[in-house]
Design a protein around this ligand. Structure first.
Ligand code: ATP
Ligand code: MG
Length: 346
């Protein structure tokens, strides 16, 4: 390297080093020497080599041209570094990589604190709310209480609102799990037809109130799939309630499902939720699966959402190995298509 290049590298605050797969440090800039000190010789020797029993050191991932990940994250002297490969050189004698070491400790701590805070809040809100729900349910279903129609209607309204709030809290809980990388779905045998029926049923009264026709139809041969009944129900409810929100009076929402035969073991179930609502512009369409994204088209019923619904739906379906696609025309309607792979349940 020229003196100019060397001095340039030494003036950077970012630690940079060139390491060989034999575990040697070929070059280090000043920031690298300052950050890792003399210890560096030792851990590089270990991390960059493959040992006698064939075990790869953790840095080896960055030495293989085939490995696609060109950056890794590692804990080191109780700090977290994002180590990125900025140069790769493979000649006969050795493989050399140029690496930068970004200290991302603070960033990771902030993210962790944020997600811990959200889960804490969410847990602490769920407890009292289910207490309220239980109480309302008890009063409404008890034989002893004789309510006059007005009070009964008020309590029913309180019960519906607390259900809505529980939905929001659950959405936030899923969101914080997704953000912290802890989102997983169960893999129980579930009946999709039942899930569709239950989801549609739970929205039937809202749809009738808004004078929207809500229909469901599915093939009689739908097999079971592996998944989480709770999360899939939540995803379908989310999509159907979007349709209800964005479909004017006398509109139609159709929920359907059918078995799609693929080659070999590639069968899947396709679920479609189609509405005759306000639709979306191509520009909005490309962004609605992102978090907090809402299109400019206003809900025909008011009631602002969080813009997390579709983001979570996508994560839920992808966690089941499936995919979500959407097509929409402004003023005509929207169609959401879920494709869920079928690993047959014996
Ligand atoms: N069926 C639909 N017809 C028209 N626009 C839709 C439809 N479904 C979704 N959208 C648009 O996509 C946006 C994002 O939907 P998403 O479900 O993520 O959020 P939201 O419904 O606004 O809030 P929430 O988090 O309560 O679900 C909506 O705000 C709306 O603009
Ligand atoms: Mg929504």
């Amino acid at each position: 390297m020229t003196d100019f290049a060397l001095s340039l590298l030494d003036n950077l605050e970012l630690p940079i080093a060139i390491l060989t797969d034999k575990g040697e440090i070929d070059y280090r800039n000043l920031a690298f020497a300052k950050t890792f000190g003399d210890d560096a010789e030792l851990w590089v020797a270990k991390a960059a080599k493959t040992n006698v029993s064939g075990e790869r050191g953790w840095l080896q991932l960055l030495f293989s041209a085939r490995d696609r990940s060109e950056s890794i994250e590692a804990e080191f002297q109780s700090r977290t570094y994002r180590i990125s490969r900025v140069h790769f050189d493979n000649d006969d004698s050795a493989t050399k990589v140029g690496l930068t070491f970004d200290d991302v400790t603070r960033q990771r701590e902030m993210e962790q604190a944020k997600s811990d805070f959200t889960s804490m809040i969410v847990h602490d809100l769920r407890g009292p709310l289910s207490g309220i729900q239980g109480t309302l349910e008890f009063v409404l279903s008890s034989q002893e209480t004789r309510l006059d129609p007005m009070h009964e209607e008020l309590l029913l309204e309180a019960s519906r609102e607390s259900e809505r709030m529980m939905g929001l809290i659950n959405e936030l809980l899923d969101f914080s799990k997704i953000e912290s990388g802890n989102f997983e779905v169960e893999r129980d045998p579930v009946h999709l037809a039942g899930i569709l029926r239950r989801s549609v049923k739970s929205l039937q009264s809202v749809a009738s109130r808004d004078e929207v026709h809500l229909l469901t139809a599915h093939g009689s041969d739908l097999p079971m799939i592996h998944g989480s009944a709770e999360k899939l129900t939540q995803a379908v409810i989310n999509l159907v309630s979007n349709s209800v929100k964005f479909t004017p009076q006398k509109g139609v929402i159709a929920v359907g499902a059918k078995l799609l035969r693929g080659d070999a073991d590639n069968d899947s179930i396709v679920v479609t939720i189609t509405d005759t609502g306000v639709g979306m512009s191509p520009e909005d369409l490309s962004r609605i699966f992102e978090k907090y994204k809402q299109s400019k088209s206003k809900s025909v019923r008011g009631g602002a959402g969080t813009g997390l619904g579709l983001y979570i739906v996508k994560q839920v379906i992808e966690a089941h190995g499936g995919s979500v696609t959407v097509s929409s025309l402004q003023g005509v309607g929207t169609s959401m298509v879920l494709k869920l792979p079928l690993r047959r349940v014996a």
